[in-house]
Design a protein around this ligand. Structure first.
Ligand SMILES: [Ca+2]
Ligand SMILES: [Ca+2]
Ligand SMILES: [Ca+2]
Length: 559
């Protein structure tokens, strides 16, 4: 257990704060994402954003800092400790990227150098933020879990946690009632033998700070930990547990009793989320060539390890499971779901990774966000943010919020802090990463009007697809024809702005058939759009064809 804590402390904390000195050279941002805002957040020493949450259009970033001048906004009680303490911060930004509060969090048990390692942040329905961290004391082989509630305006609410021992939080979430769930590992030592028993636990804390339950999901003399936790609308918790290299998912009912547990495969899980339809998404890494796959993008392990992404029915049976990775070593830092996609904050450095297929090649070797469709059957898109390393991702209908750390070269858009203050710097970037609908296969339905009896016929646009399978809205923008109006002063078509065109089923006698040119815009739920034009023929004789003389006459104008 001591080894686990020491290595966790070393790899998580020193890894993030000091070992990543060799950040790749300045690279331009990919052209694809639309940045809503992008700003540095930080002071003159090290500032690393570890996690991000969104609620009510606002973005909440938490992380660790030892900067004496981390920006503080609107919180008079905010207090910096000293350079020997790596402290927590929370910064809450409004929809345009301006912080409405930003504060240091208090140092727990303040009696010497220590590091408070940010783990996660969740936001309750009232805008209260719940922060979970682990504190490591220098010179002591111990750690504690810290929990802090931050009120909607940034004032400190309650705080709590475990005493110093061998507990380590590794996953957290907040449900729609403001209940906080933490999973991780805890350890107890037998007084007689000195042996340690390690436990994967789930700790549910109500919004008022009281404990609802603490449940040991599994225990082992070897390595074991709850790695991620998610909660469904009914208050059932789903925890993903690593046990000596084996991954399982366990469901707990709202009182903390185990309902079922299912085995996923060998590897190191990172997180779990509940999708809108109640299905579960689990991500992590694996070195196993035998990780079970089903309906997979990638069926074989590449290189020393790959990511895995497994989807489960609400009762635990597998829907799909895939490797995701190239010939190099991959890592996944965070997972976020929206209705039509799955977002991953990843490191996947090799060009042969499917996660890089939709990423701008100029992104280089930085952590980035990859977007898959909701069924994990396709990689839709990806985005990096200059030379920055993405560690956290959250999403709502207004966009994707990212957190992590930057050394320089952050693209600045509506930047509240446009300059890099020194060393590692947190950043806050919100972007829209959307593929617009595809109009290239659009057709008119019907595409031939017969009989040519002068009726007005409704014509629909078919064949529009959206890469994220979003609902697409169609609006007619123009309707032209290749011959003169049937009755001068009277339109042959209506429907501009509507989703159907109404076309007169007629043509000039003695002509070669009438061709209507119907142009439209197709817009998806995120505002992505394509335009297209379809043709509709009114032949001279039944079954005949039309010769297109071009879009010469505006069918909708009465002249
Ligand atoms: Ca790999
Ligand atoms: Ca800094
Ligand atoms: Ca789209």
């Amino acid at each position: 257990m001591r080894n686990t804590i020491e290595s966790s402390a070393r790899s998580l904390l020193l890894g993030a704060l000091t070992a990543l000195a060799a950040v790749s050279a300045a690279l331009p941002a990919a052209a694809d994402p639309t940045l809503i805002y992008s700003t540095y957040l930080g002071g003159s020493l090290n500032d690393v954003g570890f996690a991000v949450a969104v609620q009510g259009g606002n973005t909440f970033i938490m992380g660790s800092t030892n900067s004496p001048d981390y920006p503080v906004v609107a919180v008079s009680s905010s207090k910096y400790g000293d350079e020997d303490v790596v402290q927590l911060f929370v910064t809450a930004l409004g929809p345009s990227g301006t912080p409405f509060y930003s504060t240091y969090l208090p140092i727990t048990n303040d009696n010497g150098p220590r590091v408070m390692q940010g783990l996660g942040i969740g936001v309750g329905p009232d805008g209260s933020a719940y922060v979970v961290a682990n504190t490591f004391e220098y010179g002591y082989e111990s750690s504690s879990i810290n929990v802090v509630k931050v009120e909607p305006g940034g004032a400190l609410g309650w705080d709590g946690g475990t005493g110093y021992g061998f507990a380590l939080a590794q996953g957290m979430t907040v449900d729609s009632q403001g209940n906080l769930y933490i999973t991780g590992l805890d350890s107890s030592q037998d007084r007689d033998t000195g042996d340690y028993t390690n436990m994967a636990f789930v700790w549910k804390i109500r919004a008022d700070g009281s404990t609802s339950y603490w449940t040991v999901v599994d225990s082992n003399y070897f390595e074991i930990a709850g790695r991620g936790i998610a909660v469904d609308a009914a208050g059932n918790a789903y925890v993903v547990v690593n046990r000596s290299g084996d991954i399982s998912v366990t469901k707990l009912d709202p009182l903390g009793s185990v309902r079922w547990s299912t085995y996923l495969g060998q590897g190191d899980s990172r997180d779990i989320r509940v999708a809108a339809d109640g299905s579960l998404v689990v991500v992590g890494t694996t070195t196993s060539p035998y990780f079970p796959t089903l309906n997979a993008i990638q069926t074989e392990l590449r290189g020393p390890n790959d990511l895995f992404l497994t989807r489960l029915k609400p009762w635990g049976s597998r829907i799909s499971s895939t490797y995701l990775g190239g010939s190099g070593t991959e890592e996944v830092f965070d997972l976020a779901l929206e209705a039509s996609s799955i977002l991953l904050a990843v490191s996947s450095p090799e060009a042969d990774s499917p996660l890089r297929a939709a990423l701008d090649p100029s992104c280089g070797n930085v952590n980035f966000v990859a977007k898959l469709d909701a069924t994990a059957s396709r990689v839709l898109d990806g985005a990096c943010v200059g030379g920055s390393h993405v560690l956290g991702v959250a999403v709502d209908s207004s966009g994707i919020s990212l957190a992590g750390f930057a050394t320089a070269d952050l693209p600045l858009v509506n930047a509240w802090q446009p300059s890099h203050a020194g060393n590692y710097e947190t950043f806050a970037t919100k972007l829209v990463l959307n593929d617009p609908p595809d109009c290239s296969a659009a057709t008119a339905s019907p595409n031939t009007l017969w009989p040519a009896d002068g009726r007005f016929v409704s014509v629909f646009i078919r064949g529009i697809t959206d890469p994220e399978s979003e609902r697409v809205t169609i609006a007619m923008t123009s309707i032209f024809q290749d011959e003169g109006l049937t009755k001068p002063g009277t339109p042959d078509a209506t429907g501009l702005g509507a989703f159907t065109a109404r076309l007169r089923a007629t043509r000039l006698n003695g002509g070669n058939g009438r061709v209507y040119h119907v142009s439209f815009t197709a817009t998806d739920a995120q505002g992505g759009a394509c335009v297209g034009t379809v043709k509709v023929c009114v032949p001279i004789v039944q079954g005949g064809t039309c010769v297109d003389g071009g879009a010469r006459v505006d069918s909708t104008r009465a002249n």
